[in-house]
Design a protein. Structure first.
Length: 343
């Protein structure tokens, strides 16, 4: 039997190479980083980013449900990688808002308080009694409706008796405050005739400018993808961006407090919302909401709301005390409610 001399150096220790499983963890993390980078630079700049805006973002977390337990079992030293990827999906990719995670009293702001509610009611075609119950439950001072053509002829008209109401095409603005006539604002892209409405209401000693908006639906663009026609999705996104640019132009001309609400058909990560932020507005839910705040998807095949495309945006003069999303029973869209204070 040969003995090893104590003067002989031990054989070099071979560094263990990452396993194939860890390779999958790395690729998965790189895909998520690419997605985050796309959202940062502007998802509508390429068709894959535009498509992803309207997918359930929890789909990106499914690989981690396999990779995380396998990595914990086989390569525990690397478990931080799939765990970090999962947290990335649950956080920024899915649009989590962490305001008021711990129960605490709502902040008290000095000034004039206003509760505003926006709601795409889909002509009351789903569940009109549930829509009316939402209005009673949330009791807004100002109610802005989209896709509401003909809705005043039913129970909604009775519910809003005694309110100051203005109706223009698909838009309804109902207010407990004095309400002047609405004005059209053209937001047409080439080959279309599309409008939003604007009005200026007295609010204490000041005037507040209200916009009620419904931008182009992504539905046609998404259908074009099913037929492998990428150009349809690109055209759809470009048209919505043009609407947002025209709207931002009007906003830059306004002076004083502004509130813009409606179905923007664009998540907060989109360039559409970014155009309006650049015009001086802030997203109320991002600032004072908790959770994901999804407003659309309950009546799709997913059967749960999974994307936030309905918004309340406010100018710098406002303080946002609270913002939340209502139930998904009355319409394809959930209502969004914000408590605002004008100092």
């Amino acid at each position: 039997m040969t003995r090893t001399s104590p003067l002989e150096a031990p054989p070099p220790h071979r560094k263990r190479r990452p396993s194939l499983l860890v390779g999958f963890d790395i690729v998965y993390a790189l895909v998520l980083l690419t997605l985050l980078l796309s959202n940062m630079l502007g998802p509508e700049q390429w068709w894959v980013g535009s498509l992803n805006l309207y997918l359930p973002q929890w789909l990106w977390g499914l690989p981690s449900l396999v990779l995380l337990p396998l990595t914990l079992w086989k390569s525990r030293a690397w478990v931080w990688l799939p765990l970090g990827s999962l947290l990335c999906v649950l956080g920024p990719i899915m649009g989590f808002s962490g305001n008021r995670l711990l129960p605490s009293p709502a902040p008290k702001y000095a000034g004039q308080h206003l509760r505003i509610m926006t709601y795409n009611v889909k002509w009351g075609s789903r569940d009109t009694p549930a829509i009316l119950e939402d209005i009673r439950t949330y009791h807004p001072d100002i109610l802005q409706l989209q896709d509401s053509s003909g809705a005043m002829q039913g129970g909604l008209g009775e519910e809003l008796a005694g309110w100051n109401v203005r109706v223009n095409d698909q838009y309804i603005v109902a207010s407990r405050l004095p309400l002047p006539e609405m004005e059209w604002r053209d937001i047409s892209y080439p080959g279309s005739l599309r409008r939003c409405v604007r009005c200026v209401i007295p609010f204490g000693s000041r005037s507040v400018t209200l916009y009620n908006v419904h931008l182009l639906s992504p539905r046609v663009g998404l259908i074009s993808i099913r037929h492998r026609q990428v150009g349809g999705l690109v055209w759809n996104a470009d048209s919505r961006l043009l609407e947002a640019d025209l709207l931002a132009g009007y906003l830059k001309q306004d002076r004083g407090p502004v509130i813009l609400t409606g179905d923007l058909n664009a998540p907060v990560q989109s360039l559409v919302c970014r155009r309006l932020f650049d015009a001086g507005l802030r997203d109320a839910f991002s600032e004072a909401g908790s959770g994901y705040g999804y407003t659309y998807g309950n009546y799709t095949r997913v059967e749960h709301s999974y994307v936030r495309i309905d918004h309340i945006l406010v100018s710098r003069e406002w303080q946002v005390q609270h913002c939340f999303v209502g139930n998904a029973l009355g319409s394809d869209h959930c209502p969004v409610v914000a408590d605002l204070v004008l100092p």
